[in-house]
Design a protein around this ligand. Sequence first.
Ligand SMILES: [Zn+2]
Ligand SMILES: [Zn+2]
Length: 306
Amino acid sequence: MTRAPRFCDDACGRVFLAFAARAQKTRKGSPGFGGESISLRVSILASGSSGNCTLLETSRTRLLVDAGLGKRETLRRLAALAHSVDRLDGIVISHEHTDHIGGLAALLAAWRTTVYLTAETHAETLRFLPERHARRFERVEFIQAGRGFCIGDIEVAPFRIPHDAIDPLGFTFRAAGVKLALVTDLGYMPELVKQHLRDCDGLVLESNHDVEMLKVGPYPWHVKQRVMSRTGHLSNESVSAFLADPEGFDARPRYLVLAHLSENNNNPDVARICAEEALGRRPSEFAFRGELQIASQHEPLVPIQL
Ligand SMILES: [Zn+2]
Ligand SMILES: [Zn+2]
């Protein structure tokens, strides 16, 4: 079954705004699934070219962004965070590359939930799935860049990013008065993307490769060209240029997470040093005072509480 999602320019948006205003008036957060108090919790289960998956939770809503890990690995990583997820309110897909959808069919067998993706990404995804797996897409809601929608009490704003997929998206998520941006798999940072990254409490941003490491690294030349192209992946150098520029990066996030690091052409220390050096170049009145973290391919990041 496919149907149009509930867009946030309709009643859902008004409900969300009322909810956000109420949440801000009182304490942030309210009793969660397990009785705990959370506003928006971000658990990056995996990030990189071998698989991407992030769990977002509020007190009422749980969703995954991308499904690039197998079912067993997804469950193992949730267990490592002391989580057992008995139900999901949705899986949001950024684009059809295997590291973002490779585990989707398996996860749909575990959780019968709605998949949110664009019509183009849906068609492209089905092209590569065996018939028995395609049948698991029982509930699909088509989304599109520039049209916000809601999943439970999380407001999702998808926007277009430059990447060599059929219809790739970056996202911002708002809940209980906080905002998270999650943007990986983009060749460069257009102005529109930079605008979406403003006023965030949390920013998860690709820092894929070090240009020099890529140039001397093991990839064939045509792959190097693809990665470096304007529809490839964001380099440490591009991230540095963004982070150092007060006109681009507003330094508002309490958490800045570098993500989708290449295992061949980058490493966490290089990415961190690059970003710290760039942040250090900012004028003191625009200093970044948040926490810098690096997402891993192999282990989940300690959950971030926004
Ligand atoms: Zn990717
Ligand atoms: Zn990709």
